[in-house]
Write a protein that binds this ligand. Structure first.
Ligand SMILES: [Cu+2]
Length: 113
């Protein structure tokens, strides 16, 4: 009985700490393997990926979009409706802000940790 209780407590501690590792306000969600572009916005617009991880962008809008890093670290090129970008691999930690070259008001952010 005591062993069970210790295990349960440890699980609670781990669950409580996990979302806070990134700091900042609120928990940043893990990026899916494909970030969806829909309704002229990125879904999710803000997420994190582990160092060395990769992801793609898929456009669901009738309008074409891009996902282009502010610093030029990546650029999907124009994605038409239904198109998925080639995977982007993140080998350097940091925060990558990006936008759509066709609609610069569309913005997103990926934290690599
Ligand atoms: Cu766009």
């Amino acid at each position: 009985m005591r062993i069970l209780w210790i295990g349960f407590s440890a699980a609670l501690v781990l669950a409580g700490c996990y979302p806070r590792t990134g700091g900042g306000n609120g928990a940043l969600e893990a990026c899916p393997s494909v970030i969806q572009i829909q309704g002229f916005s990125f879904h999710p617009a803000s997420c994190f990926v582990a160092l060395g991880g990769s992801l793609s962008f898929e456009n669901h809008d009738a309008a074409p979009h891009t996902a282009t890093a502010d610093g030029g670290a990546f650029d999907t090129g124009t994605l038409n409706q239904g198109q998925t970008s080639t995977p982007i691999t993140f080998n350097q930690a940091g925060i990558y802000t990006y936008f759509c070259r066709i609609h610069p008001g569309m913005r997103g952010e990926i934290e690599v940790r």
